[in-house]
Design a protein around this ligand. Sequence first.
Ligand code: BG6
Length: 605
Amino acid sequence: MCGIIGYTGGNGDAESVLKQGLKSLEYRGYDSCGIALTTDSNIEINKAIGCTKNLSLSNLGSSCGIGHNRWATHGKVNLENAHPHSSLNQQVVLVHNGVIENSEEIKDFLVNKNYTFQGETDSEILVNLIEYYYRRDLTPTKAIKLAIDDVVGTFGLAILFRDKPETIYGLRRSSPLVLGVGENEHFLASDANALPYQIDKVVYLDDGQLVILNKKKFAIKNLSSDKDLEGLSKIKKIKKRKNDTELGEYSCFMEKEIHSQPSSIRDSITGRFNEDFSCIKFGGINLNKINRVVFLGCGTAYYAGLLGKYYMENIAGIPASVEFSSEYKYKNNPTEQGTLVVALSQSGETIDTLEAIKEAQNKNLQAIAITNVVSSSIARQVEEGIYQRIGPEISVASTKAFTSKATLLLMLAVQLGRHHNISPLESIGYIKQIRRIPELVEQTLEHRDEIRELAAKLQLYDVMDFLGRQYMYPIALEGALKLKEITYMDSHAYASGEIKHGPLALVRDGRAIFFLASQASLKDKNISNMKEIAARGADTYLVKQKSQEFPEDTYSEALNIPNCPDYISPILSVIPLQLFSMYTAQFKGKNVDRPRNLAKSVTVE
Ligand code: BG6
């Protein structure tokens, strides 16, 4: 997944506007970056390895340009493969987010037409295909249309033509693209968050729409029908909070997002109860006659789905399963009547999940989404959904999006349970506890210093295990993922009862194991597992509820969460693991918000 941006307008400050936009898009890729600026006679390209601050200053005084952050899919991380890409005769320049699957075939065709290539990317092949058609005296729109008709794959594109120095052409197929509408200036971006704060009028482009923008105006064309669309009617106003993308007093966005969880969870649940807090309401979602739930997600979203499965079965009494989106798309899935498919995606742009939803819809299954980005591709693919309302999540390792999803999934289970086995009084009980979560998270965060000391003590370990049973198993998986993502340590997660069936062979003196025992009802089972690993010399670090007591010879240190019902304990227990991973990554000198090889959401399959 990459980030693309385009700007035309202002008075010669396109370079700084583009660099600011790229900075906000860095969570989409930071292998390399680049910008292209038009002048009366030429298009000047400036590229760098790594992130935006490595770009040199061109000082061209240009008013129009495009920019790109790369997350490498095709070809090594080097300057030749960095975007923007220029065509052989420098008539066309573009930036691309997506994957062209038949690029080699197109390359063979162009090689026969004496085209040569600098790098290894599919995007460089596409820009030359557009030039190939453009040199047949076609208009830019025609040349783009013919080239796109030859392409199999996904794209978000911003394109410049040398002989049209003030104009940008943009279009998408599956990859996100939004138009920003200003006074005497227009923007293109992969994400509305990359638009300057004052730009609050946007058009979310649909697949197959070509937008042509210059300083004064924009026009949208449906490429297949060649019809001009009424652009102004598509403009939407968006709300932005000034400090959403500012670090404030925090050392990194992950620290800011971990500490914002009391308010982000409060924002997710506010307004979703009826007056007397006896019922949960998710506007516009038809939850009748649901007798099976299937969760879809990737990465942290998948682990939230696994917790959702436990909530559905334990609380609502409804059979549930969770699927990796990338697996669900390519297998023959059961289509039982009354199946509700719940897609989980913070960004709303993860293409594996988008495609998995389309597969569920092909099977006529009811599909809803829980996402954090209004008008994202996933939000627009489903009829019904639940917005997380937690503000942008910028750090690549997801934290506040996980606890917000977990809380919303608990609420969904209670609401579905009301249609099955939960009485009005029980529902009131659940809601009373759910509304306490923000303050309980606040109390959990008060242990940050102990957790930081533990991270300092354990920072030299190179492998760590996480064990959890029932609600704690998804939390063990999420804890292990966080450690992998940002410290690059080897980490494993097991269902506690499962370790004796194999992984116990790895346990020997000094093996560091996080044991998540905060589900009070499973205390005895957890103690026997803790004794098993203690007997093999494990160094056990316990996560438990404050008033719980465990035999001292079964653990080295304990991290406490406030006392709470079992179904709340997973939401609180993940927080010490988030903090532990962040502090460990900081002690190891890692870039916490921009871990190597990863991106915030991946828009390529
Ligand atoms: C990965 C991110 O690329 O995608 C993870 O690094 C995230 O943090 C996963 O959990 C799924 O993203 P999303 O936006 O679909 O929830």
